[in-house]
Design a protein around this ligand. Structure first.
Ligand code: PLP
Length: 287
């Protein structure tokens, strides 16, 4: 495995970060998770746009231009000889001192890790996941804006811990007002009487790139899509529920908090959207 570390390509053993790195000390940085399908970087521009927007919002200077970053991604993939996999792109504030002040961090660090992906087994896409709602609340725009894909993922990790305690793969997080926001690392959709709903991002959700792809696909396939806040009640009585994310793609949910969703397996619209999504990923992307 070859890792990109600030312009160098190093082995996994030599890919080391300083204990004074503010990404490590404070979660001060941003990241992206990106898929490679058939040797193509899926939605590369969208991921880089989100990365550079997150950087601008937190006043982090990425030391690479957009084109240089794209080249670094391509070269890291080439050196790892992977045609299908997952890219983790991290930009941390870089090494500083023990104080919070980012002025003490003269150079941001860029790290690119490319890996094979361990995703849900094929049956999970047919049978659906069991999920639960958790007490952890999603931070909303008056705190750290959920549009920023920051390295500060403790909130999401606490959701994952609650999912683990419940023995489920993904959990549902509400916002402080009790509206459904998203999963620990996935966006959520529900379907009722043929209409597809997903929470608007202001409710407290990342502007997921898979989410955007599904919204676009709904348009193309003629499904009505509404970005509307909804509650757990709406989830319980939905005909279909699914999560979307770079790693999970489009995965059905068959049970939430003990309530069986629809027919208790991946429903017809979810299955259709997954099929069309998989066709899209095969043709889209940067070589
Ligand atoms: N929500 C959160 C909190 C995430 O971390 C992710 C993963 O990146 C998603 C949603 C899904 O976003 P995307 O489809 O861009 O991977």
């Amino acid at each position: 495995q070859v890792i990109y570390l600030n312009g160098d390509y190093v082995s996994k053993e030599n890919a080391k970060v300083s204990v004074f790195d503010h990404g490590f000390l404070y979660g001060d940085g941003i990241f992206e998770g990106i898929r490679i399908y058939n040797g193509n970087i899926f939605k590369c521009k969208e991921h880089l746009d989100r990365l550079y927007d997150s950087a601008k919002s937190i006043m982090l200077d990425i030391p690479l231009s957009y084109d240089e970053m794209e080249k670094a991604l391509i070269e890291t993939i080439r050196r790892n000889e992977l045609s299908d996999g997952y890219i983790r792109l991290v930009v941390s504030r870089g090494p500083g001192n023990l104080g919070l002040d980012p002025k003490r961090c003269p150079q941001a660090w860029v790290i690119i890790i490319v890996e094979q992906l361990a995703i849900y087994p094929a049956e999970a896409y047919r049978d659906g996941l069991v999920s639960v709602s958790v007490s952890q609340r999603r931070n909303i725009p008056d705190a750290l804006n959920p549009k920023i894909k920051s390295l500060n993922y403790l909130n999401n990790i606490l959701v994952k811990i609650q999912a683990n305690l419940a023995g489920v793969g993904e959990a549902i997080m509400l916002n402080a007002q009790g509206y459904v926001a998203e999963g620990s690392s996935d966006n959520i959709f529900i379907i009722k009487r043929g209409v597809v709903y997903t929470p608007p991002c202001y409710v407290g959700a990342l502007e997921g790139i898979t989410r955007a792809t599904i919204i676009e696909l709904c348009g193309k396939l003629g499904y009505t899509l509404k970005e509307e806040p909804f509650t757990l009640h709406d989830v319980y009585v939905a005909d279909e529920v699914f999560f979307t994310g770079t790693a999970a793609e489009v995965i059905a949910v068959r049970e939430v908090d003990g309530r069986t969703i629809g027919g208790g397996k991946a429903g017809p619209i979810t299955t259709h959207l997954l099929e069309e999504f998989r066709k899209t990923v095969e043709v889209d992307g940067v070589k």
